[in-house]
Design a protein around this ligand. Structure first.
Ligand SMILES: Cc1cc2nc3c(=O)[nH]c(=O)nc-3n(C[C@H](O)[C@H](O)[C@H](O)COP(=O)(O)OP(=O)(O)OC[C@H]3O[C@@H](n4cnc5c(N)ncnc54)[C@H](O)[C@@H]3O)c2cc1C
Length: 388
């Protein structure tokens, strides 16, 4: 049949491209089409991400996925090279640090136990150790922090680019058109309809449309608890740079900051409500983030905001974690969205996991079953304590 393929992936961001890449890398020989509505990726979440990767989670599943991501990204440039073309991703293991007040310390002690059980080399730091990491830090209201030296940050755009190039190299076809809806028959997915009315058919469709994914699912009569939520990031320079490069540092207020080259970026887990909105205002930095930053690090007082941007979380309102697997009400329809603020670091695990599930019917490397669609109906949520 015309336009008949084996797998259709909707959304060619980091998740969709990782799924395509891992399927083909793992030996899938069928034809894969990735539909991407915007070849420039201007509004995709991946290039707008803060690029942080951490192991400081409190659920086995998130820790396992992030650990796989860490190993994958560590070797990304070498393993993803195509001939002489390498994909440098600016992988920086400068650490991930949660600053803690006295009240927060018992909670972090609990987190530490779970992390150690999963092989994470996290450690609780006292004030003196915090100052070794960040000599300029104001520790007045702090009791210490939870730190993982293996973690850090990288350039998410380059990872996405590397995945796309490799997926294409292995045979995936990218078509830069928008999917309008899914086609189904007798409880089975049949394919997709594009906004220009053309239809493409496949027995497997994977929804990796990021912040737009839940809208597509709802349109197909299969709503899931995920909404688009804007989050903003600001890039700024300071008159007196810090002595050392920063780990990705999370303040007890929920504001976070890290180096971006010789400059800095900062963001805030503010509740901006659910909408598709890419606006940002300098005053937001001045009124909401800057006061926190200057209190924490006096050098940030003389800061000049160079630019800002907003990106969308595909925010899972129930348990803030990804929804991965085949939908129980529509055979062949697979979901991979709802990542909230941690999809970039989970992309390798999701790609690998869905490759196994689609090819063999079961997970092998990491059991992603806890993230299944059915968990909402079964009231078996994945409750992650360390989500901001
Ligand atoms: C400000 C911010 C900071 C973040 N920081 C971090 C972080 O530090 N660490 C971390 O791990 N994660 C972070 N994240 C989350 C991370 O960026 C996302 O979880 C991840 O990028 C999701 O990837 P994706 O491929 O699902 O989505 P996207 O990158 O958005 O890709 C989805 C693609 O689908 C396409 N699409 C949508 N609808 C259609 C359609 N109908 N037809 C065809 N194509 C379609 C879109 O154009 C888009 O390119 C952050 C996110 C934001 C917004």
């Amino acid at each position: 049949m015309k336009n008949q393929v084996d797998i259709i992936i909707v959304g060619g961001g980091i998740i969709g491209s990782s799924v395509a890449y891992h399927l083909l890398k793992d030996g899938f020989t069928g034809k894969i089409i990735v539909f991407e509505k915007d070849g420039t990726y201007e509004f995709a979440s991946t290039p707008r991400s803060a690029g942080g990767f951490r192991q400081l989670y409190t659920t086995d599943i998130n820790i396992k996925m992030s650990r796989l991501g860490l190993q994958f990204y560590k070797n990304f440039a070498r393993n993803m090279a195509i001939g002489t073309e390498t994909f440098e991703i600016d992988f920086k293991q400068l650490g991930y640090l949660f600053l803690a007040t006295e009240k927060m310390m018992p909670k972090f002690q609990e987190h530490l136990k779970i992390q150690h059980q999963n092989g994470v080399s996290s450690e609780l730091l006292g004030k003196g150790e915090l100052l070794k990491l960040i000599p300029e830090l104001n520790t007045e209201d702090l009791a210490g922090g939870l730190f993982c030296a293996e973690s850090g940050y990288l350039d998410p755009y380059s990872v996405m680019h590397g995945y796309i190039k490799n997926a294409k190299h292995l045979g995936a076809e990218y078509i830069y058109e928008e999917v309008d809806g899914f086609l189904s028959e007798h409880g089975r997915i049949k394919g997709v309809r594009l906004t220009d009315s053309r239809e493409f058919y496949a027995p497997v469709v994977v929804n990796c449309a990021g912040a737009w994914a839940s809208g597509l699912s709802r349109k197909a009569g299969l709503p899931l608890p995920v909404v688009p939520v804007p989050r903003r990031i600001f890039l700024f320079d300071v008159e007196n740079p810090l002595e050392k490069h920063l780990p990705l540092t999370m303040d007890p207020t929920g504001a976070y900051f890290r180096n971006e080259g010789q400059k800095y970026i900062a963001g805030y887990g503010q509740d901006a409500g659910s909408k598709i909105d890419f606006s940002w205002r300098r005053t937001e930095f001045e009124e909401q983030i800057w006061p926190i930053l200057t209190r924490r690090i006096p050098n940030f007082e003389k800061a000049k905001v160079e630019r800002g941007w907003a990106g969308l979380y595909d925010y899972n309102t129930e348990d803030h974690n990804a929804i991965i697997g085949e939908h129980p009400q529509l055979k062949g329809y697979f979901t991979a969205f709802g990542f909230s603020g941690h999809g970039m670091q989970q992309a390798p695990a999701v790609g690998k996991g869905l490759s196994e599930l689609i090819r063999t019917g079961k997970y092998d490397t990491i059991d992603l079953t806890p993230l299944r669609v059915e968990r909402f109906a079964e009231n078996d949520l994945v409750v992650e304590d360390a989500i901001y």
